[in-house]
Design a protein around this ligand. Structure first.
Ligand code: DGL
Length: 265
């Protein structure tokens, strides 16, 4: 049993989809969340720049009494995970490994599509991980650089013509290739789930956020690190406008269960 905080971070509000899944599966865990909203998006930046941001994010989370680090960002997980593991003597959880395993086990025709940021696609992290679990799988990746800025602008609701058009364009090549499984390889994308499901009704959609929370729960349980609190304490920090973040976050999460504060890191 361990009642310390789980430290979760992302470039912006995408990591809240991981928080949402953690709260749904482990309602009694204490969570510290950091969204680096001053620097979002990470996915179009260089490896060096992403690594620098990630190390600052983790340094901030580590100022709290945390029991684990959750990299709630596929871009950060693909690029800088090894650095984080090397620097901190804490269990580090990510999103790419859990989503890859689930996709590898779900596909029936061995054609898996990935939608993700440029940095995640260019890293090849999904291909490597999926082929570890299923060497036969063909992985077709599409970089979707417009999606994160649109989500951060609140353009994630069904009926929004702009996001629907952009998604149709990104998903059409995957449809044409006949994938039967699609990984939402960016934690911002679960906010677009309903629109994606309408465009690709015949495909199994794997959310990296849901997969990450499932693995986190199992690992914490196996290592006897789940909390025995009743209820959870949650604190949210962002590097840019806290009010803006809180407003958008409430639209899709409902009650955040904690305060949002701006911090300079
Ligand atoms: N939500 C993130 C991811 O999972 C980051 C997107 C970005 O900042 O570009 O990749």
């Amino acid at each position: 049993m361990n009642n310390k905080y789980i430290g979760v971070f992302d470039s912006g509000m995408g990591g809240l989809t991981v928080v949402k899944s953690i709260v749904e599966t482990m309602p009694d865990e204490n969570i510290i969340y950091f969204g680096d909203t001053a620097h979002v998006p990470y996915g179009t930046r260089s490896k060096e720049q992403i690594t620098e941001y990630v190390l600052n994010d983790v340094k901030f989370l580590n100022t709290f009494d945390i029991k684990a680090i959750v990299i709630a960002c596929n871009t950060a997980d693909s690029i800088a995970r090894e650095k984080v593991e090397a620097l901190y003597d804490l269990p580090v959880f990510g999103v790419v490994g859990p989503a890859s395993k689930k996709a590898a086990e779900t596909t029936r025709n061995n054609k898996i599509g990935i939608i993700a940021t440029n940095a995640t696609v260019n890293s090849g992290a999904y291909e490597k991980n999926i082929n570890r679990f299923n060497p036969e799988a063909e992985v077709i990746s599409v970089a979707c650089p417009l999606l994160v800025p649109l989500v951060e602008e609140g353009r994630f609701k069904k009926g929004d013509k702009v996001i629907e058009k952009v998604l149709t364009e990104y998903l059409t090549p995957l449809k044409e290739q006949g994938i039967d499984t699609l990984v939402l390889g960016c934690t911002h994308y679960p906010l677009l789930y309903d629109i994606i499901a309408d465009i690709m009704p015949e495909v199994n959609i794997i959310s990296s956020s849901v997969a990450a929370a499932e693995v986190l729960k199992k690992e914490l349980c196996d290592s006897n690190m789940l909390s025995n609190n009743s209820g959870s304490s949650r604190k949210y920090f962002v590097s840019d406008n806290a009010e803006y973040f809180e407003g958008l976050a409430k639209i899709f999460m409902g009650d955040l269960g904690g305060t949002v504060e701006h911090v300079e890191i």
